[in-house]
Write a protein that binds this ligand. Sequence first.
Ligand SMILES: [Zn+2]
Ligand SMILES: [Zn+2]
Length: 193
Amino acid sequence: MVWSRCRRPRPSRPVLSYNVAALLRAAPGTSRSYPVDVPDLPIAEDLHLAAPIEGEVRLARTGRSILATADLSTAIEAHCNRCLRRVVAPVEVRIEEEALPSIDIDSGQPVDPRAEPDVLRLDANHELDLVQPVRDAISLAEPIVVLCRPDCRGLCPVCGSDLNDNPDHAHAEEEVDPRLAALADWRAEPDND
Ligand SMILES: [Zn+2]
Ligand SMILES: [Zn+2]
């Protein structure tokens, strides 16, 4: 990825929003693809993106709906579970979301949403908004265990200093937890090497 690339002027329309009025009038099976390049998107209070969201959204007309499929990649800011350093964790998500109209494309009449209250709906202008599905997918894709590197040494259990910076870091014996001291004695026995 080239970070110094020129900033292209962004279209003023909202990101991850697609007008599907024409697609609703097309024959079932018709599909369209759109490249995705979203510089940033608020995800959650404690979850921030560290890279643009890139990939592709495919919208397909089914007999009754629009089926949205997206393969997206980005990266999130996280903290190493051992040493708490800030790390960037790559994230890939796949979204499959069916969206039903809220206005009948032929008659212009509102569609009663009560039959399927939980399904994603197009708005009255036949706009499909994928922001929330993308947010949800990125939130769920957050890695459970994040390490800055596989052999991260973590923090000193006595004083909390970063053992990656000070591999030879040690405390005088009297400071050491008696349980750790017992282990140190055991390691010191020549037969135990
Ligand atoms: Zn670490
Ligand atoms: Zn220490």
